[in-house]
Design a protein. Structure first.
Length: 320
């Protein structure tokens, strides 16, 4: 029987599967675990099931010890994990791809609608009981029909977002390292563009690329300067892909029309400048936050951990 450490609260299904086969130590408080508590808890672990809020680095791997076999991240992204440090120690890393696709695409589409139609701004008017009256020019937004959605990183979530946008009458442009398969291009009537072309021509730009050193501050001053003044930026990927202060400056100056953010550069902290802006829609990393999706994520992470502990091939290996 191995020792499994779960670094935060996860849905009961995945947790019970782990407990049925191994000794499990789980952090089950609502508050996030502190670093000191985490380092103590992982000591002697054979497997770690981690949340994206926990940093898995040399310090933590050393605290766990040489018997550690795997880190199973309950997320698609794994920028919280120092993968080379794990590889150096022979620790396998897994993630939970695929299962978040539809839920995250729903949030991306919701942010597009909230931003372009000023829905959050309007909702604040009602809640604050500010005076208002219907008028021909009151709180006008931008319609989506015939507008171009530019998708940066056309993977599964990007494609699912494009399908939703297509149903709203948007034209689809995309950029990624290689062109899409012909059947997807035909279904979406999607146009491949360079990053510069997409930035300059899109009415809404939605980010769906993974975070890495190569995509750190991918969207910054230069990109905002080339975007249409009527354009909107949507980010449901990872916060540091966008230079947050540059975004604040672009929104304040009117360099772009608005933004919808589910992720932040230093979350849970949010740049104070964003909080002051009516043209920024801000939600607290809700991309995968459905009961069904979170349960599936926990189950997949448990499957990955159990497979490795049993000496089998994990279905979702990040490392080899």
């Amino acid at each position: 029987m191995a020792r499994v450490v779960v670094t935060g609260k996860i849905p009961s299904g995945g947790l019970e599967r782990l407990k049925a086969e191994h000794e499990v130590t789980a952090w089950e408080k609502d508050d996030a675990i502190s670093r000191a508590e985490l380092l103590t808890m992982v000591a002697g672990a054979d497997a770690i099931v981690s949340l994206l809020t926990e940093k898995i680095d040399d310090e933590l791997l050393d605290a766990a010890g040489p018997q550690l076999k795997s880190v199973s991240n309950v997320a698609v992204g794994y920028n919280n994990i120092d993968v080379p440090a794990c590889e150096k120690r022979g620790v396998l890393v897994t993630n939970t791809p695929g299962v978040l696709t539809e839920a995250t695409a729903d949030i991306a589409m919701a942010l597009i609608l909230m931003s372009t139609r000023r829905l959050a701004e309007g909702e604040r008017v009602i809640r604050k009981q500010e005076p208002w009256q219907w008028g021909m020019f009151y709180m006008l937004g931008m319609g989506l029909q015939g507008r171009q959605l530019g998708i940066v990183g056309m993977g599964q979530i990007g494609i699912a977002t494009a399908r939703r946008a297509k149903a709203f009458g948007m034209n689809i442009a995309y950029t990624r390292r290689s062109p899409l398969e012909d059947n997807v291009v035909k279904e979406l009537d999607a146009k491949y563009m360079s990053m510069d072309e997409l930035i300059e021509s899109s009415d809404v730009i939605s980010l769906h690329c993974p975070y890495s050193p190569a995509t750190h501050h991918l969207i910054s001053e230069n990109q905002f300067a080339r975007m249409k003044k009527t354009a909107f930026l949507i980010n449901t990927a990872r916060g540091p892909i966008v230079h947050e202060q540059a975004l604040v400056d672009a929104l304040k100056s009117g360099e772009i029309a608005g933004a919808g953010l589910d992720v932040f550069e230093n979350e849970p902290a949010v740049n104070p400048g964003l909080l002051e802006l009516d043209n920024a829609v801000l939600i607290p990393h809700l991309g995968s936050a459905t009961v069904e999706t979170r349960a599936a994520m926990a189950d997949i992470a448990a499957t990955n951990a159990l497979a490795i502990l049993a000496g089998a091939q994990a279905p979702n290996l990040v490392t080899s």
